[in-house]
Design a protein around this ligand. Structure first.
Ligand code: S3P
Length: 441
């Protein structure tokens, strides 16, 4: 297991582009694999999670190739033409890959077994199995709806209307993807809007997807089944969820100035910069571009004091992956930061509420943990640090504590740091290039 120690950083400065967006990368590979023709993907995240999706789409019959210039080319096998793989699909650490693929497989008349690493095998899958059974799919596996699972896709799928009980883009996407190879209209009603990369990209590939914004901010999304999906080019923005780590590091380490180029700023993902600005952060958006696909901008970040705030609970879906690093910012801010509506954090790559509460407490931070909340009492000066934190197979826990170590009075060591490669290959080198001191322990 890799152990990395993070010592107090120099002033962070420079211009970087963090790797491609994980959510967009998974979808680009999956939709390319279903489309007629060749899809070229520029800026694909080459993290382990996305490589698991690439391998799965190959095993299901499409041609997926990385060219020497870093572009990826996918020649699809056509909607409805996924081939039965001759081995188990191993989705590694990736809940997104597993759940979205379950949706696709649910309405293809093939039988597939899927597994994952210890983290993924402990995560709830019933949330997608419940609606996917309604299409006519069958699932066999251990009790409690955990991987490994065998899915037998429906040969004559029935379209459904479904209201997920949890705010989850993965559940929404699994249902919409099952609706792709189903005649008629499939509808998802989400009481709270979640990231809409699936809807945006499916439209780009030629599917008919309509979104009605409901009173109170929820959405009713309908997809017309059996579209002709047409291959095209996909440019993957830099991942806001990865940018979050250098962003917070630059806010905390005195004197830092950082430019983060080409960051995806989908409004349903942009909760962190908004929250940090509420805490007093200087984060400017420059060169805003994009359009129908995904909006992007360059972010200019300048260090400065942060103050504690009450984070609106309804903002949680737009920054659900950013709470570990937000908790680090809160630990270094002056005053109390209240974060509520966080039940979903308990079923991410690890129980992130417990991991942050335990790790921050070990670093000398005063906090309160509840079933679905975290309250952090910052004092505006660097925390003690000095702890050893186990990543627990969770890349964002690992990176959050390495960032805290850049500002703490004593170094912080993270064990199991190789998990960072699931979403942010090159994290250590990039941060050191900006002025951090991360080194093997
Ligand atoms: C993702 C959705 C989120 C997020 C995950 C990626 C996606 O999960 O935590 O990292 O790509 O759809 P939920 O939708 O289950 O909250």
């Amino acid at each position: 297991m890799d152990e990395i120690v993070s010592r107090i950083a120099e002033t962070l400065s420079g211009t970087v582009r963090v790797p491609g967006d994980k959510s967009v990368s998974h979808r680009a590979l999956m939709f390319g694999a279903l489309a007629a023709g060749e899809t070229r993907i520029v800026g694909l995240l080459e993290g382990e999670d996305v490589l698991a999706t690439a391998a799965a789409m190959r095993a299901l019959g499409s041609h997926v190739e990385r060219r020497d210039n870093g572009d990826w080319h996918v020649r699809g096998c056509g909607l409805g033409a996924l081939a039965e793989p001759d081995d188990i699909l191993d989705m590694g650490n990736s809940g997104t890959a597993a759940r979205l693929l379950m949706g696709l497989l649910a309405t293809h008349p093939i039988t597939t077994t899927m597994t994952g690493d210890a983290s993924l095998r402990s995560r709830p899958m019933e949330r997608v199995l419940t609606p996917l059974r309604q299409f006519g799919a069958h699932f066999d596996g251990a009790a409690g709806g955990r991987l490994p699972l065998t899915v037998s896709g429906a040969s004559q799928p029935i379209p459904i209307e479904y209201q997920p009980p949890v705010a989850s883009a993965q559940v929404k996407s699994a249902v919409l993807l099952a609706g792709l190879n189903t005649p008629g209209e499939t509808t998802v009603i989400e009481p709270v809007a979640t990231r809409d990369h699936t809807e945006r990209m499916l439209i780009q590939f030629g599917a008919e997807v309509t979104t009605e914004v409901l009173e109170g901010g929820g959405r009713r999304i309908t997809i017309v089944g059996e579209p002709e999906l047409t291959a095209g080019d996909v440019a993957v923005p830099a991942d806001i969820s990865s940018a979050a780590f250098p962003m917070v590091a630059a806010l905390l380490v005195p004197g830092s100035r950082l430019r983060l180029n080409g960051v995806g700023l989908n409004p349903l993902r942009a909760g962190l910069p908004e929250t940090l600005r509420d805490m007093g952060a200087h984060i400017d958006e420059e060169n805003i571009r994009g359009g129908d696909g995904e909006p992007i901008a360059d972010l200019a970040v300048t260090a400065g004091a942060l103050r504690g705030i009450e984070v609106p609970a309804e903002r949680a879906p737009s920054m659900i992956d950013e709470y570990p690093i937000l908790a680090v910012a809160a630990a270094c801010a002056e005053g109390t930061t209240v974060m509520r509506g966080l039940a979903e954090l308990r079923v991410k790559e690890s129980d992130r509420l417990a991991a942050m509460a335990k790790g921050l407490a070990a670093c000398g931070v005063d906090l309160e943990e509840g079933e679905d909340y975290l309250i952090v009492h910052g004092v505006g000066t660097p925390p003690k640090g000095g702890a050893t934190i186990d990543s627990g197979l969770d890349h964002r826990i690992a990176m959050a504590f390495l960032v805290l170590g850049m500002f703490s009075r004593e170094p912080i060591t993270v064990t199991g740091a190789e998990t960072i490669n699931t979403s942010f290959p090159g994290f250590v080198g990039m941060m050191n290039g900006l002025g951090a001191h991360l080194a093997p322990a």
